[in-house]
Design a protein around this ligand. Structure first.
Ligand code: FAD
Ligand code: SF4
Length: 518
């Protein structure tokens, strides 16, 4: 009997579970552009273009294979703008015995999907998304009843499971992790590799016009749009990364530079997350570069760790711990998100640069996300749900399963240390060491008092003072607390007063920025 195969916007892989046993003679694929999914948080315009254009191209590729595709465009007459509504309408158009779908990437959608069969009166086969290296069961059995889930140990299991960079049971180079070699800042005048720029085709141009007319007020620049929207474009982007950027990936992984948002990063997360590339092929390409002598081990191990380590681990935590996970707020952070996260209009140059890159490209690299915009949110005590909303909206690669644990756990420490063994906090000195931002800033990381004192440094010490009851016993924070204790009462008092003055002046509705002055 015929089946309706429902393909969501991040299921654009020919190998996705819902397509695996398709019978092109009788089955129909349903794809629907729905506004409810794209306006949940008012997404960056380029993110909308990327998803809709990639969906349209994928539908064409299936049709070219002889598969019947029922495609509902965003502006199609009668579009209900939500997944269940479009499924119900499609069931009225097609005589099928059942629906096949791959599990979605958001708990919220999965919850709705669980009720489809009963509400729509038809069997719905929800299949596990097996495009990942680690299944839900495998992750759950690894997690067992461990109190904290450390990525490093999980990663070693994934190395053994996949065989990447392994010599029998031992890791290549005799070490699992080469992170100590991967913390260099960029030499002055360093010229990083250029990004592969892909020109929008006719389909993408049509989607750009659609997004301009419907979502013109959303965050971020619409053009230039330079992301790939097909599998072949994504493969070109991968080849370009391996040839040009991978060799320096490890060494400069944590560096930041004005006007250079991409540096040696892969730019593969959007393609991995919607299914244009698979984790296994991306890692295999990197491993090949190492075996052929094109890229050093610290770069290749670092890159593969991000994918079979961090990416898989983050996903495992999400599905293991949701929905309770999203509700925790260990540090009782309740401040509203300052407006400059949307406008980019702040005198903190590091924040202005990271937000500006985000607005221009729907992208910022990991350290900008973690140690600039994330670090500030943690130090300023922003409410986790508000900063999660921002990350989900602004990044082209943001889907709930990957964005939420990164922000909730890794950035905000809202899970009390399940994911990170200590809060990732840093003062202006760290940002100064890893970037060229401070040289052009109104503030200075070296000034401790008065209107030019770096807010990151003030808030860093203030955070340690305020959270001492909860964090004072954390062994990984022993050194910062020892340094805090070396300060005299006057210094600590001054920090508190300046930091409070700065925080009290933050506005969720305007760009006005307080000075950390007394
Ligand atoms: P590279 O630096 O080249 O890394 C290679 C790949 O490793 C990435 O493409 C990605 O697939 C994977 N990876 C690396 N770190 C992580 C991680 N912590 N979690 C999951 N995958 C990882 N990644 C997303 O894909 N979507 C998100 O919504 C997202 N939100 C983030 C929010 C915060 C606060 C932080 C700190 C990190 C977030 N990340 C997210 C992880 C990481 O920043 C991005 O994957 C990376 O910047 C994507 O760019 P790239 O492909 O150039 O990555
Ligand atoms: Fe950021 Fe402080 Fe450096 Fe300015 S001085 S760029 S606020 S870290």
């Amino acid at each position: 009997m015929a089946k309706l195969r429902f393909i969501l916007g991040d299921h654009l892989s020919r190998s996705v579970a819902a397509l695996r046993d398709i019978d092109p003679a009788i089955d129909v694929v349903l794809m629907a552009e729905v506004g409810s999914e794209s306006t949940v948080v008012g997404f960056h315009k380029q993110k909308l273009v990327f998803i809709y254009s990639a969906m349209r191209h994928f539908a064409e590729e299936l049709r070219a294979e002889g598969i019947r595709v029922d495609y509902v465009r965003l502006d199609a007459e009668g579009n209900t703008q939500h997944l269940e509504g479009e499924l119900a309408r499609a069931l009225a158009r097609h005589r099928v015995a059942g629906v096949v779908v791959t599990e979605p990437g958001a708990f919220r959608v999965r919850d709705i999907m669980n009720g489809w069969s009963e509400r729509l009166g038809i069997p719905v086969d929800i299949r596990e998304d097996d495009r990942f290296v680690c299944s839900h069961d495998r992750f759950a059995s690894w997690a067992g009843d461990r109190k904290s889930l450390r990525m490093e140990f999980f990663y070693r299991e994934m190395r053994r499971l996949t065989g990447f960079l392994m010599q029998g049971e031992s890791p290549d180079g005799g070490q699992w992790n080469f992170d100590v070699d991967n913390r260099e800042s960029l030499p002055p005048d360093y010229q990083p590799p250029k990004r592969l720029r892909l020109e929008p085709d006719t389909t993408t141009r049509e989607v750009i016009d659609l997004v301009r007319s419907r979502y013109g007020k959303n965050f971020g620049d619409l053009e230039p749009f330079e992301w790939a929207v097909t599998r072949s474009g994504a493969l070109d982007a991968l080849d370009h990364f391996i040839a040009e950027a991978l060799p320096g990936f490890g060494t400069y992984q944590d560096a930041m530079k004005t006007g250079e948002p991409f540096l040696h990063h892969g730019l593969v997360s959007p393609y991995l997350n919607v299914g244009l590339l698979t984790a296994a092929e991306v890692c295999a390409a990197a491993e090949r570069a190492y075996l052929e002598g094109h890229a050093p081990l610290n770069a290749v191990e670092g890159f593969i760790r991000q994918i079979i380590g961090w990416r898989e681990y983050i996903r495992g935590v999400y599905w293991l711990k949701m929905p309770e996970y999203a509700q925790t707020n260990e540090l009782e952070a309740h401040r509203d998100l300052p407006w400059f996260y949307w406008s980019g209009n702040t005198r903190m140059n590091c924040m202005a640069q990271a937000i500006g890159d985000t607005s221009r490209h729907a992208y910022a690299h990991h350290i900008q996300r973690l140690m600039v915009t994330g670090n500030f949110a943690l130090l300023a005590g922003i409410e986790p749900a508000q900063i999660e909303y921002w990350y989900l909206a602004v990044y082209i690669d943001a889907f709930d399963w990957v964005e939420l644990p990164n922000v909730h756990g890794m950035v905000m420490f809202a899970d009390g240390g399940l994911l990170a063994s200590k809060p990732y906090v840093a003062s202006g000195a760290y940002i100064n060491r890893m970037s060229d931002y401070c040289g052009n800033c109104f503030y200075s990381p070296k000034i401790k008092e008065g209107e030019r004192a770096c807010p990151f440094t003030l808030l860093y010490w203030h955070f340690l003072i305020e959270n001492r009851p909860k964090l004072g016993g954390n062994r990984r924070l022993a050194m910062p607390y020892r340094n805090l204790d070396r300060m005299d009462d006057r210094q600590r008092g001054l920090i508190g007063m300046q930091a409070r003055a700065f925080l009290n002046g933050l506005s969720a509705t305007t760009d006005e920025e307080p000075e950390p002055q007394l």
